[in-house]
Design a protein around this ligand. Structure first.
Ligand code: NAP
Length: 311
């Protein structure tokens, strides 16, 4: 397939907030794609045929090459299996699934069916992430800290799935931090975790996690979903070349007090560019490190019960 003469015909499934905010604008501007259909129980996309289920979409529009799966993670595996068995390339919104093993299964299934599977991590494509990785690769890191604190009522109002098992709670944004940290820091593993569960919810509202690397580098992660006022999506590192601050969810890099990188974000255009690349190259891109850390935090973490949460 060459870029615009033979665009990737793509269908989108699970038309909600992230589809409207990011997927549709990114696809509309990318000549690698032609959006050809959508499937959702309630949501609709203007200008393309809409179907209630992925099965109905695949039956009616068999010429689709690829499918983007944008429903919440608990409901993604069956749709991904259906798409892969129909020989479609698959783009998985983050997190790629509700468990590590189901995504491993999809990875093997994609290989068997010779289609590309993309576990997308949008925060990895934030503008200053690559520069932070290069900087950290050029110095000795003494310690690092991840501070991801936001107001759930502002960013996820009335999203029931996010508080249910498999919705990850505060790890839904926290996994974005982990997708950056696992890209810019040396390989690490969790040594302790404390998770705060509201008494009326099945997912945590806050978490404190401690990691270490094989060489003993300490890394802490502080997740809080009740932060009002200024929001923080920061990764800090103390290094031999001074303090590094990667702020704004990966959009701004400050080293030793100097702004090194500060650009507007283009995460979803970059994600779709990468997906087109892997489809055309006939490969998959499925890094499970961020999801594995979340699984480990739930496995190792001590649980506190805290005050009930109401939207
Ligand atoms: P959302 O609006 O609550 O959900 C997306 C759509 O999925 C819903 O509108 C719904 O459409 C469909 N859906 C919901 N429950 C379903 C179920 N039980 N079975 C099948 N489909 C179901 O959520 P979102 O904010 O777009 O998030 C979706 C995914 O994108 C999540 O994995 C999230 O982590 C990720 N994401 C979100 C953001 C953000 O800022 N919101 C940013 C980056 C990534 P129908 O009712 O029409 O079927």
């Amino acid at each position: 397939m060459s870029s615009n003469s033979n665009p990737i015909k793509i269908g989108i499934v699970g038309v909600g907030k992230i589809v409207r905010d990011q997927h549709l604008p990114a696809l509309a501007k990318d000549e690698n794609y032609r959006l050809a259909a959508a499937a959702s129980r309630h949501g609709k996309v203007d200008g393309v045929p809409n179907f209630p289920t992925i099965e109905a979409m695949l039956d009616a529009v068999p010429e689709l090459h690829a499918i983007s799966l944008c429903m919440p993670p608990q409901f993604r595996y069956d749709a991904a299996r259906t798409a892969i068995e129909a020989k479609k390339h698959v783009f998985l919104e983050k997190p790629p699934g509700a468990t590590v093993s189901e995504v491993e299964d999809l990875k093997a299934l994609a290989a068997e069916n010779s289609v590309s599977l993309f576990a997308s991590w949008h925060s990895r494509y934030a503008p200053a992430v690559e520069a932070a990785r290069t900087f950290l690769g050029s110095t000795r890191i003494r310690s690092a800290a991840i501070n991801w604190k936001e107001d759930v009522r502002r960013w996820h109002p009335n999203q029931e799935w996010i508080w249910q098992p498999g919705g990850f709670g505060v790890f839904d944004p926290g996994i974005n931090a982990l997708s950056i940290a696992t890209y810019i820091l040396p390989a690490m593993f969790i040594s302790s975790a404390v998770l705060d569960f509201p008494e009326n919810r099945a997912a945590p509202v806050a978490a404190q996690v401690t990691f270490r690397t094989s060489s003993g580098l300490p890394v802490t992660m502080d997740l809080d979903w009740l932060q009002t006022g200024p929001q923080s999506w920061d990764i800090l590192a103390d290094t031999d070349k001074g303090a590094m601050v990667l702020s704004g969810g990966g959009s701004k890099l400050i080293v030793d007090g100097h702004v090194v990188h500060d650009e507007p974000e283009a995460e979803y255009p970059m994600l779709y560019k990468r997906f087109a690349e892997i489809v055309r190259a006939g490969i998959s891109d499925v890094d499970l490190a961020p999801l594995q850390h979340v699984a480990d935090a739930f496995m190792l973490g001590k649980r506190n019960v805290v005050a009930a949460f109401f939207d």
